[in-house]
Design a protein around this ligand. Structure first.
Ligand SMILES: Cc1ncc(C[n+]2csc(CCOP(=O)(O)OP(=O)(O)O)c2C)c(N)n1
Ligand SMILES: [Mg+2]
Length: 388
């Protein structure tokens, strides 16, 4: 059973919800765009689930009923404001939680397994009542009524949404037909340019989602550590490697949504100043891996933030020539370097998953061997057969 996001919003509006914030999940592929088109609901795309919840609390303080949408991986980012702000101050909020890694979906990606098995228990432990959405308008209304009962007791309520339960509503533009950003380079082309400049001994840490999958597709190598989950933490992992191994060149391949989620790390990297570190942000101005929802990078200058945080050199690239030059310059001079590359939202039709070839543990072990026993590695393209 699926509910259109138009109906979902109509039901929320019937219950007088007026404010929406959140961080996307592919289970909410169209919801964020649908809300942004709605004139009756004020929506704010948040950089992290914690700030989404805090925006909602602010709106609730000002008398607006608020909804926060998040993936269950984002529960980790809201526990502090949920407990110390929402619960302590008795400011009830409606949470729409997309459940990945549910125990009845054992084939979901490994990064979702532990949170998937513990989402319900975690909410119980925090004394937050929840209801499982069944995909029908009646089921959603029943959840909203249960939320009303909780709100009477000044308690928040969570509605758990599963894959495939929401469908595109009226007015939602299919993203793959109309890419939002029109920059010349795709992530795939940008990664080819970066890969050509790498030595076999260079180490690469890539962010979760399509960026890791594109890197895996075009140049799988033991020196790549593919982050899956832990959104926003790729640069800290890469900088940790760089600080521990000053003789090796380390490259973080990041996304705009990921950088925005934990932007404080830029200050820490500027402060620690690893000279052998290159931070590349592939900025497509959206959360493309989860359906192309808008991020806020189009109105921010991430390279100016990095400069102000103490990175040694920063560049902004749009063309392949600019990217090629900036990568060559960054890899031959002392860093830390920050390179913002504007990219479009186009990807190969079927991107292979890293887990089609490596378990997370195998990836870690190969990376550690590459780190500790540098020797000639050869790049391997992933055969079409495993691309799915
Ligand atoms: C804490 C957390 N919240 C949400 C997600 C869902 N998620 C996975 S990839 C992704 C998009 C990341 O956007 P960006 O870094 O810009 O990379 P892009 O997909 O655009 O290449 C999101 C929101 C997640 N994995 N973890
Ligand atoms: Mg992005």
């Amino acid at each position: 059973m699926t509910l259109s996001t138009t109906t979902l919003l109509a039901l929320l509006k019937q219950q007088r919800y007026q404010f929406f914030s959140g961080v996307p999940c592919s289970n909410f592929a169209d919801l964020f765009q649908q809300v942004s088109l709605d004139k009756d609901i004020r929506s704010v795309p948040a950089a992290s689930e914690g700030s989404a919840l805090s925006f909602a609390v602010g709106a609730a303080l000002a008398g607006r009923r608020s909804v926060v949408a998040l993936q269950n991986s984002g529960l980790g980012n809201i526990i502090n404001p949920l407990t110390s702000l929402v619960q302590v101050n008795c400011i009830p909020t409606l949470l729409l939680i997309a459940v990945r890694g549910h125990t009845d979906e054992p084939k979901d990606e490994p990064q979702h397994r532990i949170m998937g098995a513990n989402t319900h228990a975690l909410l119980d432990q925090l004394a937050i009542p929840w209801g499982e959405f069944d995909g029908t308008p009646q089921g959603f209304t029943a959840c909203l009524l249960k939320a009303e009962e909780a709100f009477q007791r000044s308690v928040s309520f969570a509605i758990l949404v599963r894959k495939g339960q929401l469908s595109a509503g009226l007015g939602v533009v299919v993203k793959c037909e109309q890419p939002m950003s029109n920059y010349p380079l795709s992530v795939g082309c940008a990664l080819e340019i970066v890969s050509e400049a790498l030595r076999p001994t260079d180490l690469v840490v890539s962010t979760t989602g399509f960026i890791s999958r594109e890197l895996f597709r075009s140049s799988d190598r033991p020196g790549n550590f593919y982050m899956q989950g832990s959104l926003g933490h790729c640069s800290a992992v890469a900088a940790g490697v760089a600080l521990a191994h000053p003789s090796r060149r380390v490259i973080a391949l990041d996304g705009d949504g990921a950088v925005l989620m934990h932007m404080g790390v830029l200050s820490t990297i500027g402060y620690a100043s690893p000279r052998n570190f290159l931070h590349i942000v592939l900025d497509n101005e959206g959360y493309v891996s989860t359906g192309g929802q808008e991020s806020t990078s189009a109105t921010s200058s991430l390279e100016a933030v990095a400069k102000a945080c103490g990175y040694g050199a920063v560049s902004r690239c749009v063309t392949s020539a600019e990217l090629g030059e900036a990568v060559a310059r960054s890899l031959s001079t002392d860093g830390p370097h920050f390179l913002l590359c504007k990219v479009n939202q186009l990807h190969a039709r079927s991107l292979p998953r890293v887990t089609s070839r490596h378990t997370p543990e195998e990836n870690k072990e190969a990376f550690q061997i590459a780190l500790n026993q540098p020797r000639a590695f050869h790049l391997q393209a992933v055969p079409e057969a495993v691309a799915r």
